[in-house]
Design a protein around this ligand. Structure first.
Ligand code: HEM
Length: 420
């Protein structure tokens, strides 16, 4: 089918976007106008050059109201939804929804917190979280590798890192799911109201934590954000709130999807599981290839600040443009035989699964560590990765992220031996 005929909001295309990507590369299309979505850019060189060109391809798509999770709908907010958002603490654009020079300032500050050393120091804590989750599952005949494991690891890790008490984690998960939906999904009126309610509750909750940490700093990310100075100025609550919300958004479902998509791959190619068990050092290159082959974040948007020509397509000013990280991972000019999963490819790490350019993922070291440790712990306790049912896999109903909703596996043993 010609690339122009694909509808990205079609559930079948969301469940399997790869024929769309293949058609785009086959036609060598530099940009495709996708109804209801905007312009789609998917060739590796174009994705990279647009991501670097922050003058034209801006992350400030929210306007002066700040980054409210209103859904990616083009229609204006209904008055009751607007009133709900207005009742919450004010926010301004920060980090992910800014461009240089403001972005560079915020980024400097966040980079200071997310150092390689900080990630290394969290490794033992991540392993303890994974082991605790597996302990709780030990002996059960089956479990959901998504809800019971892949969701919990990043959630608990980021909650700990931010300084959110464990007792609040279910609430925290609910808010972060809603905020993510409000950033990536098309929402109907009812759902917009729910998301707005979660946003207001979450921001009030975090204002309390930020203020208490400012008075009494502790060893957590919120304390660092609340007390750090950028060019002699402290960040205000209105700036810290969207940074915290970006960390939730950016760190939870994404890492869940990386773990989930990796398990799906092992189920599809059991020889890979044997290889990773024999050589645990190969878990890292395996995860890199999953980030290319079945990217957890398939695309993210920009808004154009000026007209821009890509090949024979003229993108107007003010247009929404999707940078297709997952599509670029399937570019045959860049990766030989891109549909093949090959963790030995020479340019393995050149994928853009963590984005590219100034907004390159802040949490990539943390995400890699979480996913690696998740597999180390799982292999120690799960005798073999085997499905517990034969239901067809259901993918999340979005084209922006990619992951399965549920994945029932046969049980975890208490001892590391196969369950009887
Ligand atoms: C496998 C897991 C992850 C994937 C695939 C992923 C992917 C991405 C991508 C594609 C971007 C680029 C956004 C853009 O250009 O608009 C990004 C940015 C970002 N990510 Fe991640 N991410 C992951 C995990 C994490 C984690 C664990 C954190 C932190 C806890 C995190 C924090 C961020 C932040 C704060 C940004 C915005 C950076 C900026 O605007 O300068 N991510 N991520």
């Amino acid at each position: 089918m010609p690339v122009a005929d694909y509808r990205l909001t079609d559930p079948a295309v969301m469940a399997d976007p790869y024929p769309f990507y293949a058609a785009l590369h086959e036609e060598n299309a530099r940009a495709v106008e996708v109804p209801g979505v905007g312009y789609w850019v998917g060739r590796m060189n174009d994705v990279r050059s647009c991501a670097r060109n922050t003058t034209v391809f801006s992350n400030s798509y929210f306007g002066d109201a700040g980054p409210l999770p209103t859904g990616v709908n083009a229609d204006p907010l209904q008055p009751d939804v607007q009133a709900l958002f207005d009742s919450g603490p004010p926010v301004v654009n920060a980090l992910w929804t800014t461009d240089p020079p403001v972005h560079s300032q915020h980024r400097k500050l966040v980079n200071v917190a997310f150092t390689r050393r900080w990630v290394e120091e969290r490794s033992a804590g991540i392993r303890a979280i994974a082991d605790e989750l597996l302990d709780a599952l030990a002996g059960a005949a089956q479990f959901d590798a998504i809800a019971d494991y892949a969701v919990q690891i990043p959630l608990l890790v980021i909650a700990d890192a931010l300084g959110v008490p464990r007792a609040d984690r279910e609430q925290f998960k609910h808010w972060s799911d809603d905020i993510l939906a409000g950033n990536l999904d098309v929402l109907d009126h009812e759902r917009r109201l729910q998301v707005a309610r979660s946003w207001v509750d979450a921001t009030r909750y975090f204002v309390d934590i930020i203020e208490s940490r400012r008075r009494n700093p502790q060893d957590d990310l919120i304390s660092r954000l609340a007390t750090a100075e950028v060019d002699g100025e402290r960040l205000e609550n209105a700036e810290i709130l969207p940074i915290v919300s970006t960390l939730l958004l950016a760190g939870n479902e994404t890492t869940t999807n990386l773990i989930g998509n990796s398990i799906v791959r092992l189920l599809e190619e059991p020889a890979l599981e044997r290889r990773l068990r024999d050589r645990p050092a190969d878990i890292e290159p395996f995860l890199e290839e999953v980030l290319r082959h079945d990217a957890p974040v398939q695309c993210l948007y920009r808004v154009t600040r000026a007209r821009f020509r890509l090949g024979d397509v003229e993108i107007p000013e003010g247009a929404q443009v999707m940078l297709g990280w997952g599509c670029a991972g399937r570019d045959p000019e860049f990766f030989d035989d891109p549909a093949r999963f090959d963790m030995d490819r020479y340019n393995l790490k050149e994928h853009v699964g963590f984005g590219y350019g100034p907004h390159l993922c802040v949490g990539l070291g943390l995400a890699r560590a979480e996913a690696r440790i998740a597999f180390e712990a799982l292999f120690a306790r799960l005798p073999g990765v085997k499905r517990a049912d034969e239901q067809p896999l259901a993918y999340l109903p979005t084209f922006a992220t990619r992951g399965v909703r549920a994945l029932r596996l046969q049980g975890v043993s208490a001892t590391g031996q196969p369950p009887l």
